[in-house]
Design a protein around this ligand. Structure first.
Ligand code: DON
Length: 595
């Protein structure tokens, strides 16, 4: 493998150097605004090179799915801290005139998974074992997911090599370390300072990120991932799930105590499922079913808000936004009602998440049906007190919370109105921290999205039910919430986010800002947000939330905690005149692309 890889690398480097000279290294294109208007198509990813990779494929006649595949492969190169070939994800596809599709290519627990593997020498469950390193690695799903999407829903007008070309090109350019990556590297540096064995344990990753004198690099060499990309372009999924790349992944996981096997990689399959579809606030919402919790939680919250009264919610939104409202709708609506209702509408579904959700199963499906039932939402809405925050005990059924880590979302609308919402992850920043030698692959640590037991929280502070206990062959519950909103069957908004449990609340609020508040999508994405996940029983608010609103919330009994980021949202909206507007959350530094 090593010798072969070396020869291929020299060849690739020579080709790419020529290409780079011809085309220039994409990252060096001057930074543009985080929002754009477009006439025909638009891509909003959390890195400019990835948005441009998708736009390049759309310009060549590809459809939204071809562009999504190109964007995702590019993200695998430029967002090693957030997602990539060693991770997994969900892709939601809207096809004009045809049924929508949801692809689940979430990581899966290896066949040899056993709870006892996560016990320390004294037999106690040890969260550190599932949070990082070999035993945190789930079977990666991204490559099978992307190839499945490309083969079944791509335009058929482009080859896989064409769609992967932008990623290959970028892989051979030194990757400039932008703010988010620098921040992620700094967190790894701090972890190594706290725990000196980490530097040696994760030396492959350490040497890519740091100079020999321990200074963080200003440019990262991602050229080894070009070898993996080339193997996939040549041999399809087998280039990744079998042969030298697969062997290298298994070896790297095993060297760090992992149990990933060739049988696991060979048996991994994409699950093609029907999205959750519901009409809320006069729009049809397409959302991700389990093992995502995002769709059920977002729709339950929307149903509760609608049951409180769509007109009231619209008026309350307008009052908080400082907009004039007509007396008929504004009577009895006070400043602060909108955010109060929003927070109260988040608590019950987050409690449901903790109690009821896990990998897809008949019981989970039945409970999702209950969660999204409008009649149940009306009963919940009737119990919401307009003057007082409900204590968490009112929904005492389970638990949840923490930091932007290893996730990336992108949204695409193409010239024919086809749309893709895609969220992918390696879980925490740099996943398991295992960088597979000579492949550029960073293995995920998504096993930590399982619960070890119903009392021990995971890295996000989430406690969950027995339905999400770690078990062989299952896929862990996720907060990733790719979402598409249609108006009269045409796409209106494509939206999603990164940020752990805050993915759900940030996606929900952006959707409400557009659909209820009629905000422009760039304003909707940039607006400060709040987050409540039932437990801990507190509202996180971003610095931009006004003093007046904080006072209004405190007066209703909410406990307020400040938090810099509440999710990083990437969204594209189709405006009433058919034009597109794309926006990348200023908090993560992405830039949209389109025409
Ligand atoms: O699927 C999940 O819910 C987590 N693996 C997401 C992790 C995440 O969003 C980290 N932050 N950006």
């Amino acid at each position: 493998m090593k010798h072969d890889a070396f020869r291929r690398r020299i060849l690739l480097l020579a080709t790419s150097l020529t290409l780079s000279l011809l085309l220039g290294c994409a990252s060096e294109i001057p930074e543009r605004s985080w929002t754009i208007d477009a006439r025909r198509y638009a891509v909003a990813a959390d890195h400019v090179d990835a948005s441009q990779a998708g736009a390049e494929i759309l310009a060549q006649g590809g459809n939204a799915v071809d562009a999504a595949v190109a964007t995702s492969f590019a993200l695998a190169v430029v967002r090693p801290e957030s997602c990539g070939l060693g991770g997994g994800g969900f892709m939601l596809i809207h096809r004009p005139g045809a049924a929508p599709i949801a692809l689940d290519y979430r990581e899966q627990a290896p066949a040899r998974t056993q709870l006892d593997l996560y016990r320390d020498a004294n037999g106690r469950l040890d969260p550190a074992r599932i949070q990082r390193g070999g035993l945190s690695v789930g079977i990666p799903g991204t490559v099978r997911g992307l190839l499945h999407a490309f083969e079944h829903y791509g335009s058929g007008r482009l080859t896989l090599a064409q769609v992967m070309a932008p990623a290959m090109r970028i892989a051979n350019c030194p990757l400039p370390v932008n703010t988010h990556l620098a921040d992620s590297i700094d967190r790894f540096r701090k972890a190594c300072a706290d725990q000196p064995t980490l530097k040696k344990r994760h030396r492959e990753l350490y040497h890519v990120l740091f100079e020999d004198d321990d200074r963080p690099r200003t440019h990262i060499d991602r050229s080894s991932i070009a070898i993996t990309l080339e193997a996939i372009a040549d041999r399809g999924a087998e280039g990744f799930y079998d042969g030298p790349i697969a062997k290298a992944m298994i070896r790297a996981a095993k060297a760090d105590g992992g149990i990933l096997s060739q049988a696991d990689l060979s048996a991994y399959r994409v699950h093609e499922v029907r999205p959750i579809e519901r009409t809320c606030f006069d729009h049809e919402v397409l959302a991700m079913p389990p093992p995502s919790s995002g769709g059920a939680v977002i729709i339950e919250a929307l149903n509760i808000l609608e049951a409180i009264g769509a007109d009231k919610i619209r008026a309350a939104w307008a009052i908080e936004a400082g907009q004039p409202i007509d007396a008929a709708h504004g009577a009895n609506v006070r400043f602060g009602d909108y955010t109060h209702d929003l927070i109260e509408a988040m608590k019950p579904p987050f409690a449901d998440r903790a109690k009821r959700l896990g990998d897809s199963s008949p019981q989970v499906e039945a409970d999702v049906a209950r969660m999204i039932d409008p009649a149940r939402a009306r009963r919940i809405a009737n119990r919401i007190d307009q003057d007082h925050a409900a204590p968490w005990t009112q929904y005492n059924e389970g638990a949840a919370a923490s930091d932007d880590g290893g996730t990336s979302h992108f949204s695409i609308i193409d010239a024919d109105g086809m749309a893709v919402a895609c969220t992918e992850s390696v879980n925490l920043l740099f996943g398991s921290r295992i960088l597979v030698p000579d492949t550029g692959i960073i293995l995920n640590d998504t096993m930590d999205d399982f619960a070890l037991d119903t009392a021990t929280p995971n890295a996000f502070g989430l406690r969950q039910s027995e339905r999400n206990l770690v078990r062989a062959g299952a896929r862990p519950l996720s907060s990733m919430s790719p979402t598409i909103v249609l108006k009269e069957s045409e796409v209106r908004l494509v939206v999603g986010a990164s940020g752990g449990p805050r993915i759900i609340s940030s996606t929900l609020q952006t959707l409400l800002n557009v659909v209820v508040g009629e905000s422009r999508v760039d304003d909707a994405v940039a607006a400060p947000r709040v987050h409540h996940q039932w437990l801990p029983d507190e509202v996180r608010v971003q610095p931009g939330i006004s003093q007046r609103l904080r006072v209004a919330l405190r007066n209703r009994g909410h406990t307020i905690e400040e938090r810099a980021d509440i999710g990083h949202v990437q969204a594209v909206e189709r405006l009433a005149d058919g034009k597109l507007r794309a926006a990348c959350d200023p908090g993560k530094g992405g830039r949209p692309a389109g025409e």
